[in-house]
Design a protein around this ligand. Structure first.
Ligand SMILES: Nc1ncnc2c1ncn2[C@@H]1O[C@H](COP(=O)(O)OP(=O)(O)OP(=O)(O)O)[C@@H](O)[C@H]1O
Ligand SMILES: [Mg+2]
Length: 271
């Protein structure tokens, strides 16, 4: 984390076990993960599949209890979900019987903080921010995958969270739409400067978006490496072809590959 910004989120020794249905033992998914995220910082988390990224993010959202360690947001311990966090999943999970506007408003309705004209106005503003002006009355089935994910993002932003938690939000999109969404997300982030934790499998996406890329170890997940991305902003998509960018990409790719090899080795030894 940069020295000049305040700490927004502090994860200390975060440990999460799952209780397995058919056995008594507890399954260790995240093991003593330490991470500090600065105010307004954009952090991407990458790591081998099944290493505990989603588990960690769900814990930050307050959906999973910790079995060890602590999570502190704005100086307060996280004990459950709250209006200061909004989670965006890979699948837009929109209500099919509601319009774009209806879906975006739904987020604030659930929170109950604002209603009526104020909620409408705020929803409208964020629909415009994600580039969906003119589609307010469309239904999800009338939108492309990319547009649906924009609605999802608008819904999260309309609740005005302190921290945006994004779990592979562009994972289901085709390559071109994905790039457009990355560009759009940076434009939106530049305007809102929300603290963001973004999980992805795509190393190029991580380097392109992030102030800092965090590499998780193979399961049980913990922070293996933190790579500050010293690329200037705003970032044009062409930056992905620059040697400096490719150096970051290679470094992170090697780190993940090492973890994949290590976990394969461990599995072979157990077998
Ligand atoms: N509800 C659950 N009950 C039991 N085990 C679970 C549960 N959810 C996840 N796990 C296990 O915890 C580990 C971490 O899962 P998690 O979904 O956090 O990984 P991930 O890093 O997000 O993976 P991916 O990159 O594939 O999305 C996995 O081994 C998974 O099988
Ligand atoms: Mg996951």
């Amino acid at each position: 984390m940069a020295d000049t910004v305040g700490v927004k989120l502090e994860a200390r020794g975060v440990t999460v076990h799952y209780r397995r249905r058919r056995s008594e033992d507890h399954f260790l998914a995240v093991d003593r993960a330490d991470l500090e995220v600065g105010e307004g910082e954009f952090v991407c988390i990458v790591g081998p599949s099944g290493c505990g990224k989603t588990t960690f993010l769900n814990a930050v959202d307050g959906l999973l209890p910790l079995t060890g360690g602590s999570l502190v947001l704005d100086g307060r311990a996280i004990t459950g979900p709250g209006p200061d966090r909004a989670l965006v999943f890979q699948q837009p999970s929109l209500l099919p019987w509601r319009t774009v506007l209806g879906n975006v408003i739904y987020g604030v309705e659930l929170r109950g903080a604002i209603t009526g004209a104020e909620a409408r106005e705020r929803a409208q503003r964020h629909i415009e921010l994600v580039g969906l002006k003119g589609f307010e009355d469309s239904f999800p089935s009338e939108l492309s995958g990319g547009m649906q994910q924009r609605v999802n993002l608008a819904r999260a932003l309309t609740t005005d969270p302190e921290v945006l938690l994004l779990d592979e939000p562009f994972g289901a999109l085709d390559a071109q739409t994905r790039e457009t969404m990355q560009l759009e997300l940076l434009r939106i982030w530049n305007q809102t400067r929300k603290t963001a934790i973004f999980i992805t499998h795509d190393i190029v996406e991580a380097v392109y978006l992030a102030d800092r890329v965090i590499v998780f170890t193979a399961r049980p997940g913990r922070v293996k490496m933190s790579v500050p991305i010293g690329l200037p902003r705003p970032r044009d998509l062409r930056i992905k072809r620059e040697p400096r960018f490719l150096e970051y990409e290679l470094k992170i790719w090697e780190s993940i590959r090492e973890e994949v090899m290590r976990s394969n080795d461990m599995e072979e030894r157990v077998a």
